[in-house]
Design a protein around this ligand. Structure first.
Ligand code: FES
Length: 94
């Protein structure tokens, strides 16, 4: 699941447009959701990749919920590729 901050500062920085672009790229119902302020307002718009792995996996490897700060419309494709497990050289180079 991808959470996009819908806090006031992130909204002002374009979080709604970022969320819409995520929703277009990830055409899975409920995979992209808005969330409350992440506490990194100065860097917004911000998003977080939330790992929803099942309990068995949780015992093997810790959950990581990477935060993506200052997400621009041009970053959405790379983030989605990463989220879906595809290799993306652009994201690694960023
Ligand atoms: S408003 Fe988005 S991190 Fe605070």
């Amino acid at each position: 699941m991808i959470e996009v901050c819908m806090g006031g500062k992130c909204k002002k920085s374009g979080a709604l447009e970022v969320k819409e672009k995520f929703e277009k790229k990830v055409s899975i119902e409920g995979a992209v959701v808005g969330c409350k302020c992440m506490g990194k307002c100065r860097d917004g718009p911000n998003a977080r990749l939330v790992n929803l792995s099942n309990k068995e996996d949780d015992l093997v490897r810790p959950l990581t919920n990477p935060l993506c700060l200052g997400v621009g419309l041009e970053d959405v494709k790379s983030i989605v590729s990463n989220f879906l497990g595809e290799k993306d050289a652009n994201l690694l180079a960023a």
